[in-house]
Design a protein. Structure first.
Length: 346
């Protein structure tokens, strides 16, 4: 009854009982020697699912993106990226700090995409004045939005035509795939999206519900380079098969159920529809943004705390973010709706 409804992020999930069993039963070895059967099995599974030669299990999505960008780019190179993308804005500038790789950030369009004309204009000619443009990095989903498949085709084709490599930050790739498949084969859809890119990063610790871990997928050569960077970054783990087993379990059991999270985000949006002072963006996947508008913006300062007092956790100030996941159910969403509505009445 008094349990907290934690909508801050889909990273807050606890491993299920079945996942804990899979972790406990996992055969283990030393992955730095390449000996951990559970890590090897996971890497083969995710590479196979997404149609790549190889994959690398890493502790975090941040490290996965770092290994990806630094496997494509060297010192004095640059990558084209969106202002709001995780691998530009939310990773401490790691590619620049550790790799001397310069980001070239672009503004997003309203649908989350980067305009093709902006990408093209940002690609530098071969001239000693400029950093060498090497890579286009995109993110899907971006803030919960699914980038249209046709757009991804065009953007990656442009990059290829211009000699750039392509990286997808697919932390929530499976959310995009499930939404896009609309009841059809989400794995096939994930593979279709991934097929457009030279490398793809996916997170197991978000909607998939594993406690820890991400994977970078690419060619054998790229993954060999990434393995070296992972070691330098301190991310080469030992008996990490316990974590890999959780991720593997998530891939087997938690992909299709993402549709439930998406339905709950819609339920939350519908519950807030018509509420004075808020503007609710229809969610594509499991992330709902609620903007405070007009005089309601005056309530922003205490709002997250007021919700917390009612057992509902969210993030944001003028733009509140609610994320649905494995550990939220319809009753929890309804409690969140009631709590939010009561804050606006008061
Ligand atoms: C969460 C996230 C990451 C990084 O994941 P961590 O495991 O928290 O480092 C990267 N990209 C996107 C789009 C994310 O949402």
């Amino acid at each position: 009854m008094n349990t907290i409804v934690d909508l801050r992020s889909d990273t807050v999930t606890q491993p299920t009982a079945a996942m804990r069993q899979a972790m406990q039963a996992a055969p283990l070895g030393d992955d730095v020697f390449g000996d951990d059967p559970s890590v090897n099995a996971l890497q083969e599974k995710i590479a196979g699912m997404l149609g790549f030669e190889a994959a690398l299990f890493v502790p975090t999505g941040t490290q996965s993106n770092l290994c990806g960008v630094l496997s494509h780019c060297g010192r004095g190179d640059e990558y084209i990226v969106g202002q709001l993308q995780h691998c530009y804005r939310w990773e401490g500038g790691g590619a620049a700090v550790f790799g001397s790789v310069q980001p070239q950030p672009l503004e997003h369009q309203a649908d989350g995409s980067l305009a093709l004309a902006d990408i093209e204009a940002a690609i530098k000619p071969d001239d000693p004045h400029f950093a060498r443009t090497r890579l286009l990095a995109l993110e899907n989903t971006l803030g919960g939005k699914v980038l249209p498949f046709g757009y991804l085709q065009e953007a990656t084709a442009l990059a290829k035509r211009k000699g750039l490599a392509t990286h997808l930050d697919g932390a929530r790739l499976f959310n995009a795939a499930v939404a896009q498949a609309a009841g059809g084969d989400a794995r096939k859809e994930a593979r279709r999206i991934a097929s457009l890119f030279d490398s793809v990063s996916v997170c197991f610790s978000k909607g998939l519900g594993a406690p820890v871990g991400s994977a970078l997928c690419g060619t054998k050569d790229l993954i060999a380079r990434a393995r070296r960077i992972r070691k330098m970054a301190g991310g080469a783990m030992r008996q990490s098969g316990m974590l890999a087993a959780a991720a593997s379990h998530a891939l087997d059991h938690h992909v299709d159920r993402l549709a439930q999270d998406h339905a709950l985000a819609r339920r939350l949006a519908e519950g807030l529809a018509g509420l004075d002072g808020v503007q609710v963006e229809a969610p594509h996947t499991n992330i709902l943004f609620v903007d405070l508008v007009g005089p309601a913006r005056g309530k922003s300062a205490g709002l997250v705390d007021a919700l917390k007092k009612q057992g509902v956790l969210a993030t944001g100030l003028y733009r509140l973010r609610f994320v649905t996941h494995l550990d939220v159910d319809a009753a929890g969403v309804d409690r969140a709706v009631a709590a939010i509505r009561s804050c606006f009445r008061g």
